[in-house]
Design a protein around this ligand. Structure first.
Ligand code: ADP
Length: 487
C-alpha cells in the first residue's frame, strides 16, 4: 500500500484558520478512499485537548538545536476518519495561537518539520512520499534531503522517500524564519536559481529541492513563473518548471449541498430552482435591502485583504452608481473581515446607499451560505488567486461567478460564451473598468432568464469533488515514487 505522510500546519476541525485546514481534511479523506495509507502530521497547539480526540502517546523523538536536544512528544488519534499524528514541544506551548508571529513561528514550524522526519525513522513507518504543504512544513523537505545525503546508517531507510511540496499561497514563504533555520542547522540550499535573500527561508528552500512542487491550480503554476506573480521567486520556479504542476482544489459536495444545508432559509435543487428565489427574498429581508427579487443581487464573501480586489469591486460599483444608470438596478452585499481600511471603506459605501448596498463586517458561515445561495452573481475580482473556494461554492449553490481571469478562477469558471460548459463571466485586466464590463455582460444575460437558468444548471452540475483532485495527487505521488525507484 502506498504510504503518504501529509504535513500541514492546519487541519479542520483541530486548527482552522484558512482554506489550508479544509484541504488538509478533505484531500486526505479522498486519498484514503482511493486506498492509500495516508497519515496526517500536524503540530499539537496548546488549545487542542488530547482527551477530546482520544489521542494516545505514540512516541518521543529527539530534535537537535545546536548543542541542545529538545524532545518532541508525538500523539496519535483518528480524526474525521484520518490517522493524525500531533507533534508537541516547547515552541508549541509558548503561545496559544496557531500563527503567533515571528520569531516563534519559525521556531515551532522548523522544530515540527524536523521532529516529523525523525519520527519516520523511529516509528518504522517510513512514507513513500512526504507531502509538505506551505512554508510551515517546507523545512521538512530540506531536512529530509539533508538526512538522505548524510552518512548516518540509521537514516538509510529514508533513502527512498520522495517529496512533494504544495504551495497554497506563494507570498507567504516563511520570512523571519532564518534564525530558526540556522539554529536547527539546516544548511542553506545551494541552487543557482535561488536568490540570495531566499537561501534560508523555508518555502524557497523546499521549492529548490523537493522532488516535485505543486500549486493549487494549473494556471497559478504558470503564473508564479512570471515576475508579476512570482514574489521574487519566478526565476527559481521557472528553473523548476519541469517539476512544477497544478492541481485544482475541490469542495465536499455533501457539505455544500443546497438540498440539505441547514443554514439556508430555503433548500433547493437544480430541479426546483424557483425555490432559490424564495431564498433570495429571505436574504434581501435579512439584509434589509430592496425586496424586489427581479433586481440582480451581487454578493461577495471574502477576507478583506488587498489580494481579494475589494478595491476594484467598490470602484466599479461606485462608478456604476455615479452613472445613475436607472435602466439597470442592482443590489450588493459584502460579507468580510480583515484590513481596517478596507472595512471602513465598505462601511462608508454601504452607509451612503442603505437600500442598495450592505456590508456585514464579521465572520459568519451561515450568512456566507445564504449569500452564495441567494445572490445572482458572486464577485471574485482577485489580484491573484491560487485556487479560490468562493467561486466553487457559489456555482454549487447556483450563484454565477463574475471573476478575474487568473489562477484557479480561470481554471474553474469557463466563460458563459462557451455554450457547452460556460458557468460565469471573466475579465482580464485588474481594473474597475474591466470588472464593470463583465458585470454589464452578466446583467444582459440575466435579462434573459431562460439563458440565465441554463448557466445556473451548468454551474450546479460542475464536478469539483475532491475525488477528482485526489486522483491527480495519487498520479503525482506515483510519478515521484517511480522516478525515485529509477534512481
Ligand atoms: P482564502 O483562503 O484566500 O481566504 P478562498 O476563496 O480560498 O480564499 O476561501 C475562503 C473561504 O472563507 C470561502 O469559503 C469563503 O466563503 C469563506 N469566508 C471568507 N470570509 C468569510 C466571512 N467573513 N464569513 C464567512 N465565510 C467567509
Amino acid at each position: 500500500m502506498t504510504k503518504i505522510a501529509f504535513l500541514s500546519a492546519e487541519f479542520r476541525p483541530l486548527a482552522k484558520i484558512g482554506g489550508l485546514a479544509d484541504v488538509a481534511l478533505e484531500l486526505p479523506k479522498a486519498l484514503l478512499k482511493l486506498g492509500l495509507d495516508i497519515r496526517l502530521f500536524m503540530p499539537r497547539y496548546s488549545h487542542i485537548d488530547l482527551g477530546d480526540i482520544n489521542a494516545e502517546p505514540a512516541g518521543v523523538v529527539d530534535v537537535l538545536r545546536g548543542d541542545q536536544t529538545i524532545q518532541a512528544h508525538v500523539f496519535s488519534a483518528v480524526v474525521g476518519g484520518i490517522p493524525v499524528y500531533l507533534v508537541d514541544g516547547p515552541a508549541l506551548q509558548q503561545a496559544p495561537e496557531v500563527y503567533p508571529g515571528q520569531p516563534l513561528e519559525g521556531e515551532r514550524f522548523v522544530f515540527f518539520s524536523i521532529a516529523v522526519v525523525n519520527y519516520f525513522c523511529q516509528s518504522g513507518w517510513v512514507p513513500d512520499v512526504m507531502h509538505a504543504n506551505d512554508w510551515h512544513t517546507a523545512a521538512a523537505v530540506s531536512y529530509l534531503a539533508l538526512k538522505q545525503n548524510g552518512d548516518d546508517p540509521e537514516d538509510a531507510e529514508l533513502g527512498n522517500t520522495g517529496s512533494l511540496l504544495t504551495i497554497h499561497n506563494l507570498p507567504y514563504m516563511g520570512n523571519g524564519s532564518e534564525p530558526a533555520v540556522r539554529a536547527f542547522q539546516i544548511p542553506p540550499v545551494a541552487s543557482e536559481a535561488l536568490p540570495d535573500w531566499a537561501r534560508e527561508i523555508p518555502l524557497p528552500m523546499g521549492i529548490a529541492i523537493a522532488d516535485r512542487v505543486s500549486t493549487v491550480s494549473p494556471t497559478y503554476a504558470l503564473e508564479i513563473q512570471t515576475k508579476e506573480y512570482g514574489s521574487g521567486l519566478d526565476g527559481l520556479l521557472s528553473a523548476r518548471a519541469d517539476a512544477l504542476s497544478g492541481i485544482l482544489n475541490g469542495i465536499d459536495p455533501s457539505s455544500w449541498d443546497p438540498a440539505t444545508a441547514s443554514d439556508l432559509a430555503v433548500n433547493f435543487t437544480s430541479d426546483s430552482l424557483e425555490d432559490r428565489k424564495l431564498g433570495k427574498k429571505a436574504l434581501l429581508e435579512e439584509l434589509d435591502l430592496d425586496p424586489d427579487v427581479s433586481v440582480p443581487l451581487l454578493g461577495m464573501v471574502t477576507r478583506l485583504d488587498t489580494q481579494k480586489g475589494v478595491d476594484i469591486a467598490l470602484d466599479a460599483l461606485e462608478g456604476m452608481l455615479a452613472k445613475q444608470d436607472q435602466m439597470q438596478r442592482w443590489s450588493f452585499v459584502l460579507l468580510g473581515t480583515g484590513n481596517h481600511h478596507i472595512e471602513s471603506r465598505c462601511a462608508d459605501f454601504a452607509a451612503r446607499h442603505p437600500d442598495r448596498i450592505k456590508a456585514v463586517l464579521k465572520y459568519d458561515a451561515g450568512l456566507a451560505s445564504r449569500i452564495y445561495a441567494g445572490s445572482d452573481m458572486i464577485l471574485v475580482p482577485s489580484r491573484y488567486e491560487p485556487c479560490g473556494l468562493a467561486q466553487l461554492i457559489a456555482m454549487r449553490y447556483g450563484g454565477i461567478p463574475v471573476v478575474r481571469k487568473t489562477g484557479g478562477l480561470k481554471d474553474s469558471v469557463p466563460p458563459y460564451s462557451d455554450e457547452e460548459n460556460g458557468t460565469g463571466f471573466l475579465f482580464k485586466d485588474f481594473s474597475a473598468e474591466a470588472l464593470q464590463q463583465a458585470l454589464y455582460q452578466a446583467f444582459e444575460v440575466y435579462r434573459d432568464q431562460a439563458l440565465w437558468k441554463s448557466l445556473q444548471l451548468r454551474a450546479m452540475s460542475a464536478d469539483f469533488s475532491w475525488k477528482r483532485s485526489a486522483e491527480q495527487y495519487r498520479d503525482l505521488y506515483l510519478r515521484i515514487i517511480e522516478s525515485r525507484s529509477g534512481n
